[in-house]
Design a protein around this ligand. Structure first.
Ligand code: G6P
Length: 771
């Protein structure tokens, strides 16, 4: 730092001095020139005034008279000397120091005599400086000699020296001033922020609290790009340190906690150079137009949290439906983009669907057919042949896109998501027999009788059995699936090893309970953005106790049943009137489908009816929030609620139950949980209810409200421990780990060729329909 300062000072002194000296030099030069001109003008004027008298005297021709006149005229001036010359340039007379004129150069004299012109020249001898001015003398119009005046010019040099002296002090003051200002500026705008940034990095290195973040960012505003880089380095450092600490803590406790980092390492170690390809209907990043701006959003989905570390670890590819309004504007010519947008680590390939395709494949077969078929919620599935046709075509379209992305990847790993793509595993396996293919069915699989009402059940099962691994949330769904295969297809199922073998290909069927990203690495007891009181105030709520429900507006979630149970609590326990409010968040979902439109009306009417029945001027029993809320907002409600109600009529897992548990870092709160959710098989400390039993649910709610703190804490601690140990990272690691461990039959042994030849090209897949 010292060296830098010294060099800076030296450079400044030299630079400013050079500039100042150069400017003074030119100033002196100009000044000198002006002075000389002035002197010449003055002497010429003097000479001219003497000329007529001297010409008169020269006309007389007497040398004595000329000498006397020269002496007289000289005495009238302050000139150094005065001399008269004849026409040959011979000295006639001189007045002034003896011998002075003999030493003069003859230039001006010759010019005056020979050319008849006034002429002057500056000259010097030792320290003396003078101006010699010669003018011709005429008598009767003829050249008669020259009159020469010598004037002292020493004052010009003295004046220049004075200017130089003055400039020296001015330059010195100037250098000093600029030096001080520059050093101050360097200190305030460069050194100080740098020192702070260095101090911040030092603290981060030492693992101390990062409380300088805001200040240093503000100070570094001059160097925004650099500051941004430092910001992201420090964030990575904090994350890396947190991950390392978690690992160390877990090693110390002898536990096997799964984290995003551990999942990434696990994947890299297992799969090496193999690429992972994920297929899902919903995309992980969506571009939407908001006014004139394009915004990139992450749709609220647990899947992104789980799959992203996997794809980041191996630079994989995620294929999904491009459903955002500005999606098409944000892809390259191959419909790809790198994501996450601010730290690109893997590729997203968007597939476009026409509105007919969306309506047949997504609204129709997936959500009016398969969804109610698999959820026993007593909403009748609708099977239209045209929807089924569309579902097949769209599955083939996605399979083609996937195969296109897989081209050139040896030993690819394919991970298909959910009921939208039951046919894809077979299409992929037929074209790329060496690929390892898994599908995870995120919804329940009902018993064979229930599934049997689907006219195309065999085709769906054949499609699924193309996968090497088929995952469900719980063992019951695995068993239902194998029973369905047994009943519908000619195949060999093995309950001991949980496999189904058909056409020489074996599929393993296993349970992997999906979960949330809760790994205990976040600082415990985070401070929420809004306190409970602020939250209630913001929504105009006046109550002592809150109950919360968070769902998509879906008939499988038992929202109406839940509202009726809350009404029952108020009916049976009037103590809670004006004390208890239920907040129901219902995110709009699949709103083009009539059964969803009906449900929405039913929910709104029920809320209206209960509120009408009980509400007072300030209080109302139910607040319905019908919009998509961010994770952070939902978290606030989770933390504020004494009881969380999850009363699905049927649910594969239900992540709200696990999110509520993960959010309660105060270890308080009660979970009322439907026995028809996958989560009920894991969260044994919840108050488990039958959602169809209104009295039973009301009783459980009341039990939760009255439960003593000790029991609440004990139950919540156990549930938190379970969710932390069985988080989303473990889910992804288990499925992909098992997929890696599976022994694949040699590709030749598996004969899926009656659907597709093993060597089929991606393009051919489109042209072929499943048999
Ligand atoms: C269920 C399905 C998911 C689906 C989600 C939201 O959880 O298993 O695949 O993404 O609902 O439904 P949506 O139709 O809005 O994608």
């Amino acid at each position: 730092m010292k060296f830098f300062r010294m060099r800076l000072i030296l450079a400044l002194v030299v630079g400013i001095t050079l500039v100042s000296v150069a400017s003074t030099y030119f100033e002196v030069l100009a000044h000198k020139h002006a002075q000389r001109l002035e002197l010449v003008r003055r002497v010429t004027l003097l000479n001219k005034s003497l000329q007529p008298e001297m010409e008169k005297t020269v006309a007389g021709g007497q040398t004595g008279e000329i000498a006397a006149e020269a002496a007289r005229l000289h005495s009238q001036t302050e000139a150094l000397g005065l001399a008269v010359y004849d026409t040959q340039g011979g000295l006639v007379t001189e007045s002034g120091p003896a011998g002075l004129f003999g030493a003069l150069p003859r230039g001006p004299l010759d010019k005056a005599i020979k050319q008849g012109l006034d002429s002057s020249a500056f000259g010097h001898l030792n320290d003396e400086q003078w101006l010699e001015e010669a003018i011709p003398l005429h008598v009767d119009g003829h050249m008669a000699g020259a009159l020469v005046i010598l004037e002292d010019a020493g004052s010009i040099r003295a004046e220049s020296a004075r200017v130089w002296r003055q400039s020296f002090w001015r330059i010195a003051a100037f250098v000093l001033l600029i030096l001080c200002v520059t050093l101050l500026m360097v200190h305030w705008f460069l050194m100080r922020p740098m020192m702070r940034m260095a101090e911040r990095l030092r603290r981060l290195r030492m693992g101390q609290a990062d409380d300088l973040a805001d200040e240093s960012l503000a100070e570094m505003s001059l160097f925004t790009p650099l500051a941004r880089e430092v910001e992201s380095i420090s964030e990575s450092l904090i994350e890396a340190r947190a991950a390392a600490e978690t690992e160390a803590r877990l090693r110390d406790a002898g536990e096997h906690q799964w984290t995003a980092e551990r999942l990434a390492v696990h994947i890299r170690e297992r799969f090496g150079s193999s690429r992972i390809f994920v297929l899902s209907n919903r995309e992980p990043y969506m571009h939407v137009l908001q006014g004139r701006e394009t915004v990139c959003m992450v749709p609220p989905s647990g899947l992104v949290t789980a799959i992203e570390p996997v794809l980041r670890a191996c630079d994989g590819v995620w294929v999904a439906h491009g459903s955002g309004s500005a999606d098409a504007l944000n892809v390259d010519e191959f419909d790809r983009l790198r994501v996450p947008p601010d730290d690109p680590r893997y590729s997203l390939r968007r597939v476009w669907l026409s509105s007919e395709e969306e309506s047949g494949y997504y609204d129709g077969f997936s959500n009016e057919g398969l969804w109610p078929l698999c959820h026993i919620a007593h909403t009748r599935p609708i099977f239209r042949a045209s929807d089924w046709e569309c579902y097949q075509r769209v599955n083939e379209k996605f399979a083609t896109a996937l195969l296109g992305e897989m081209e050139g990847s040896a030993n690819p790993i394919v991970f298909v998501q959910d009921y939208h793509f039951a046919l894809v595993p077979r299409l992929i396996k037929a074209a790329r027999p060496a690929a390892r293919v898994a599908i995870f069915w995120h919804i329940p699989w009902p018993n064979p009788e229930a599934f049997g009402i689907c006219p195309w059940q065999a085709r769906l099962l054949e499609g699924l059995l193309g996968a090497d691994l088929i995952g469900f949330h719980i063992p019951l769904h695995c068993n239902n699936f194998l029973s369905t295969v047994d009943r519908v297809l000619e195949s060999r199922t093995d309950r001991e090893h949980m496999t189904a073998r058909r056409d020489g290909h074996t599929s393993s069927v296993r349970a992997y309970p999906v979960s949330v990203a809760f790994d205990g690495s976040k600082p415990e007891r985070r401070t929420p953005r809004l306190s409970r009181e602020e939250l209630l105030k913001k929504f105009g709520l006046h109550c002592e106790t809150l109950i919360v429900g968070v769902d998509r507006m879906d008939y499988t979630k038992g929202i109406v049943e839940r509202l009726m149970a809350v009404e029952k609590v108020l009916e049976e326990h009037p103590f809670y009137l004006e004390r208890l409010t239920m907040v129901q968040i219902a995110a709009p979902s699949r709103s083009r489908i009539p059964s969803y439109v009906n449900l929405r009306r039913q929910v709104e009417e029920t809320v209206e009816r209960i509120n009408q029945r009980y509400q007072t001027t300030l209080w109302k029993p139910i607040l319905l929030i019908e919009r998509q809320c961010s994770h952070a907002d939902v978290d606030l409600w989770y933390r504020a609620a004494a009881v969380c109600l999850v009363t699905s009529l049927h649910d594969g897992m239900n992540l709200v139950a696990k999110e509520y548990v993960a959010a309660r870092d105060d270890e308080d709160g009660v979970l009322v949980l439907s026995k028809f959710t996958g989560a009920a098989t894991e969260l044994l400390e919840a108050l488990v209810v039958n959602p169809y039993d209104t009295e039973g649910v009301a009783e459980a709610i009341h039990q939760g409200l009255e439960m003593n703190r000790g029991e609440r804490l004990m139950r919540m601690q156990r549930m938190r421990r379970h969710v932390m140990d069985h988080n989303i990272y473990r889910w992804a690691a288990s499925i992909l780990g098992d997929l890696h461990e599976l022994r694949l039959e040699s590709p030749a042994a598996a004969d899926l060729s009656h659907a597709q030849p093993a060597s089929v090209s991606p393009a051919e897949v489109v042209d072929r329909k499943l048999a």
